[in-house]
Design a protein around this ligand. Structure first.
Ligand SMILES: [Zn+2]
Length: 323
């Protein structure tokens, strides 16, 4: 039997949304008094997120952005109330970090109130421009995932009544029927399919011209990770997959996915492209992939940037002959 990549191989990608820089102190979230003490402490730091955009330090150049952390007291008396206050955790110095979620459509916060917090920037821009330190970028990713989740869980899916924020932003409970809702991550598989010599890359019609990436898709209810890899690959490319190995994962806050990175062994070669999903899917040799990484592919093919697990999987194939 041929050897596959090592299980749990460490992939060298940054963690866009896994807030490793903070201690989440999850057990403290349900203690409302303790959370209130943390918020009121002079050392607490609060980040404003308005309409999914975060407040940045003013006056910095585009390539050296930093989050604008303010004291909890500075947000009081601004003429609007944040819709959700989320306790993110404690930083290395033991200081509490919060994010205040403002949705102008609901809170009535106008441009004049929010202008005090400009510039405001969205996560995609910050990620693409690589302007924030990785720790801060990961905090924005987590905050965005939570903000999107809160926005779509204001009412109970069971009885239709309003839900209320609990556990410092990590739970919502229906006031009428008591149903609890917890922030969710949607599992998705993202896979490097190879026959040891070549790997499979495809492009959606929405991609910019010449851009290819590895295949990906959501895990369906009742399905395990391996079967999701096999099903998605067969649906999108008509390739049968045998062995599947886990390589690493990455939270992907668009809106709140968990990307599960896998390697899959191709058992067949002819491609049948599912044109409802993909514009093209092709085999590329390791040499071609190395040219893409170097920006020297003869067709000008471009691949995902370094912040993505997709790129980590492609780099893994380019570097490791066992993949
Ligand atoms: Zn309910």
């Amino acid at each position: 039997m041929q050897k596959g990549p090592a299980r749990n191989a460490t992939l060298p990608f940054p963690t866009v949304a896994s807030i490793r820089s903070l201690d989440r102190v999850a057990v403290s979230r349900a203690d409302a008094d303790l959370v209130a003490q943390h918020y009121a402490a002079p050392t607490s730091r609060v980040l404003l997120m308005a309409d999914l955009k975060v407040s940045l330090m003013p006056g910095l150049a585009r390539d050296s952005a930093a989050l604008r952390w303010v004291g909890g007291g500075e947000l009081v008396g601004l003429g609007f109330k944040a819709e959700e206050t989320i306790f993110l955790g404690l930083d290395e110095a033991g200081h509490a970090r919060f994010v205040e979620i403002v949705d102008p459509a609901h809170t009535g916060a106008g441009n004049s109130e929010l202008s005090q917090f400009e510039p405001l920037a969205d996560l995609r821009t910050l990620a693409v421009e690589a302007a924030l330190a990785p720790d801060e970028l990961s905090i924005v990713g987590a905050a965005r995932s939570l903000a999107v989740w809160h926005r779509s869980h204001r009412c109970c899916g069971r009885c239709g009544a309003h839900t209320r924020v609990r556990d410092a932003g990590w739970r919502r409970t229906c006031w009428a029927c008591g149903q609890n809702y917890f922030p969710r991550s949607d599992p998705a598989v993202i896979m490097l399919i190879s026959d040891r010599e070549r790997c499979l890359l495809g492009r959606h019609s929405g991609f910019r011209e010449g851009f290819y990436s590895v295949l990906a898709g959501f895990v369906e209810p009742g399905e395990d990770i391996e079967d999701a890899v096999r099903r998605e690959t067969f649906e999108e490319a008509g390739i049968k997959v045998g062995r599947v190995d886990y390589l690493g994962s990455q939270p992907w806050p668009f809106p709140h996915s968990l990307m599960i990175g896998c390697w899959g062994e191709a058992l067949s070669s002819p491609i049948t492209c599912d044109e409802t999903e993909l514009e093209d899917v092709r085999w590329f040799s390791r040499e071609e992939v190395r040219q893409m990484i170097a920006g020297e592919h003869r067709e000008g093919i471009d691949i995902p940037g370094k912040l993505s697990i997709a790129r980590a999987l492609i780099d893994h194939f380019a570097a490791d002959k066992s993949a």
